[in-house]
Design a protein around this ligand. Structure first.
Ligand SMILES: O=C[C@H](O)COP(=O)(O)O
Length: 244
C-alpha cells in the first residue's frame, strides 16, 4: 500500500485570523507540509486555505460536497466543480455527523460520489457504526450497507475512512483488534466488488491523538487517519503526521 494518508478535519471550527496562525505553523513543519497530508476547513474558509496552500504539497480537502452537479438554483450548496476550481483534492463524503444531523443516506451519497467523479475529486467515503449497533453485533452489517453505495460509483479514485461513531470526539479510541477486524473486512469487501486492485487506502478516524497514533498506524490494514480535534493544534497534528 502507498504511503499513509493523514487528513485533518477541522469540522465547524475556525476564524480567518486563527486559521492564518495555524496555517503558518503547519506550513513551517516538514512533517505536516508534505505529500500524504491534507486539511479540510469549513467551506467558508476554502478560499483562504486555497490561497495559503497554493504551491505547497499540503492537500486542500473539503468536508462535504453538494449532491447536485453543475450550477443552478441550489441555495447554500457548494458544487464539486467549485471545489475543483479551488484546487480541492479530497472530499469527505458521508461523514457520520452529516448522516446524523442532515440525514444523508445512500441515495444522497450516490449522487455525491458521482459529483466527485465528474469533477475529478477523490472522495473519502466515511463509514462506521454507532455504539448501539456495535453492542447489538451489527457493526459489520451496518458498514457493509454503507459500503454498498460504492456499487454504483463509476470512479476508481477512492479513499474509505472507518470511523466508529462511538469513538468520535469521545477520547475513547477503538481497540487495535477492533480496528484491524473492520479494516480487514472493508478491504475484503472492496476485493469482492472488484476494487481490490485500486490501491484504496482505508483510514481510521475516532479520537486519534499524539499518544495513540503510532499504535493505530501499526495496525494491519490501517493506511492513515482522519483526525478531528487533534488537527486544530499544530504540534499535536505534527506528532500524528510524524507517526504515519
Ligand atoms: O473526521 C474526524 C473524525 O470525526 C474524528 O474526530 P476526532 O478525532 O475529534 O474524534
Amino acid at each position: 500500500m502507498s504511503e499513509k494518508l493523514v487528513i485533518g478535519n477541522w469540522k465547524m471550527n475556525g476564524r480567518t485570523g486563527r486559521n492564518a496562525d495555524l496555517l503558518r505553523a503547519l506550513k513551517a513543519l516538514p512533517e505536516v507540509c508534505r505529500e500524504g497530508v491534507g486539511v479540510a476547513p469549513p467551506a467558508a474558509y476554502l478560499g483562504q486555505l486555497a490561497a495559503a496552500l497554493e504551491g505547497t504539497p499540503l492537500a486542500l480537502c473539503a468536508q462535504d460536497v453538494s449532491r447536485f452537479a453543475g450550477d443552478g438554483a441550489y441555495t447554500g450548496e457548494v458544487s464539486a466543480a467549485m471545489l475543483a476550481d479551488l484546487g480541492v483534492r479530497y472530499v469527505l463524503v458521508g461523514h457520520s455527523e452529516r448522516r446524523q444531523y442532515f440525514g444523508e443516506d445512500n441515495a444522497v451519497l450516490t449522487d455525491k460520489l458521482e459529483a466527485c467523479h465528474q469533477a475529478g475529486l477523490i472522495p473519502v467515503l466515511c463509514v462506521g457504526e454507532t455504539l448501539a449497533e456495535r453492542e447489538a453485533g451489527a457493526a459489520l452489517a451496518v458498514i457493509r450497507a454503507q459500503l454498498s453505495v460504492l456499487e454504483a460509483y463509476a470512479g476508481r479514485s477512492l479513499v474509505v475512512a472507518y470511523e466508529p461513531v462511538w469513538a468520535i470526539g469521545t477520547g475513547k479510541v477503538a481497540e487495535t483488534g477492533q480496528i484491524e477486524e473492520i479494516h480487514q473486512e472493508i478491504k475484503k469487501w472492496l476485493l469482492q466488488c472488484g476494487r481490490g486492485a485500486d490501491n484504496i487506502r482505508v483510514l481510521y478516524g475516532g479520537s486519534v491523538k499524539a499518544d495513540n497514533a503510532e499504535a493505530i498506524f501499526s495496525v494491519p490494514g490501517v493506511d492513515g487517519a482522519l483526525v478531528g480535534g487533534a488537527s486544530l493544534d499544530a504540534e499535536t497534528f505534527k506528532s500524528i503526521c510524524n507517526a504515519a
